[in-house]
Design a protein around this ligand. Structure first.
Ligand code: SAM
Ligand code: DTB
Ligand code: SF4
Length: 324
């Protein structure tokens, strides 16, 4: 097996890996994981929705889109920076080392709301936490302003394959997503980019998404793998739940293609048994969202996760040395 990072994966190669018998796939992924990472370390990232609902985008999976008025999520204004920093401090006290602020925006608009987000980033960074934002599309100047405020990472998912994308979102294009990812990279912010499984896509679509991610240079530093949370009132409400072994398969493939990246077992954990999660960690997942809520939907209770990590022998990353 190779010790160098590859950025030239072909779709045929990725499909071949992704379709392998699961036991062999997990074994290889584990071997790659052990070569590149401390296999017992897990990064805990806490999410906070700093602006909820009323989003102009029509993403078919999302509880926050204004196009899905039957979704149970109520619209809330932007939180102020002090409230966000207080939540980040609590997350740090609970053991998280990364804090991700999400806004239900199609794109960032310059003005007071963006200035408030910059204040949030400065305040969270001062706590010694790794800072992440997910705010929709960005210009190069906005990315540079976030970097100057202390932003470490930007989450912007490609969600699925280029071919299937039009079945998921119609108000923006795959190339719009790639352009924001470029702006983030050029500003010197690390990239968090992954997708969702369970939206009706084929295995080939999943392979194509992973191939796109694994041919970015450099690879995204973190790759969130979300299982669809089917929210009532959204067009995807009636879809059948993802097979947990498909989550394992997707994580294992991501781990093999992008050995140095952090692969995050993301949305959908409340539907995964402890056994399924164990397989995900074995297959190379080394980060999770931590805390009882994702953005608008539930996540496992912190105490349950603490017990799970203790039982599996997973060690949350230690906090940064210097903290305000
Ligand atoms: N508005 C920004 C954007 O779309 O980039 C940031 C927030 S958005 C909620 C962040 C990501 O969460 C989406 O790109 C999608 O991958 C994921 N996500 C949203 N709703 C989800 C759901 N119901 N199930 C699984 N993942 C979801
Ligand atoms: C990501 O890939 N998953 C997170 C984070 N990045 C922003 C969001 C998951 C959202 C799940 C649905 C919700 O809670 O609204
Ligand atoms: Fe808006 Fe983001 Fe939800 Fe799409 S995923 S509707 S852009 S909040």
């Amino acid at each position: 097996m190779n010790d160098t990072l590859r950025h030239d994966w072909t779709l045929t190669e990725v499909l071949e890996i992704h379709r392998r018998p699961l036991l062999a796939l997990v074994r290889d992924a584990e071997e790659v994981h052990r070569r590149w990472h401390a296999p017992d370390a897990v990064q805990l990232c806490t999410l906070l929705s700093v602006k909820t609902g009323g989003c102009g985008e029509d993403c078919g999976y999302c509880s926050q889109s204004a196009h899905h008025p039957e979704s149970p999520v109520a619209r809330e204004p932007l939180l102020d920076a002090a409230a966000v920093v207080a939540r980040a401090r609590a997350a740090r006290e609970a053991g998280a080392t990364r804090f991700c602020m999400g806004a239900a925006w199609r794109e960032v608009k310059d003005g007071p709301a963006f200035q408030e987000v910059l204040a949030m980033v400065r305040g969270v960074k001062a706590l010694g936490l790794e800072t992440c934002c997910t705010l929709g599309m960005l210009t190069a100047d906005q990315a540079r302003a976030l970097k100057a405020a202390g932003l470490d990472a930007y989450n912007h998912n490609l969600d699925t394959s280029r071919d299937f994308y039009g079945h998921v979102v119609t108000t923006r294009t795959y190339d719009d997503r790639l352009a924001t990812l470029r702006a983030v990279r050029e500003a010197g912010i690390t990239v968090c980019c992954g997708g969702i499984i369970g939206m009706g896509e084929t295995l080939a679509d999943r392979a194509a998404l992973l191939q796109t991610l694994a041919t970015l240079t450099p690879h995204p530093e973190s790759v969130p793998i979300n299982a669809l949370v089917a929210v009532p009132g959204t067009p995807m409400a009636g879809l059948p739940p993802v097979d947990p072994l498909d989550v394992v398969r997707t994580i294992a493939t991501a781990r093999i293609l992008m050995p140095a990246s952090r692969v995050r077992l993301s949305a959908g954990r409340t539907s995964l048994s402890r056994e399924a999660q164990l397989l995900c960690f074995l297959a190379g997942a080394n980060s999770v969202f931590y805390g009882e809520k994702l953005l608008t939907t539930p996540n496992p209770q912190a105490e349950a996760d603490d017990r799970l990590f203790a039982e599996l022998g997973l060690r949350p990353l230690p906090p940064a040395a210097e903290a305000a």
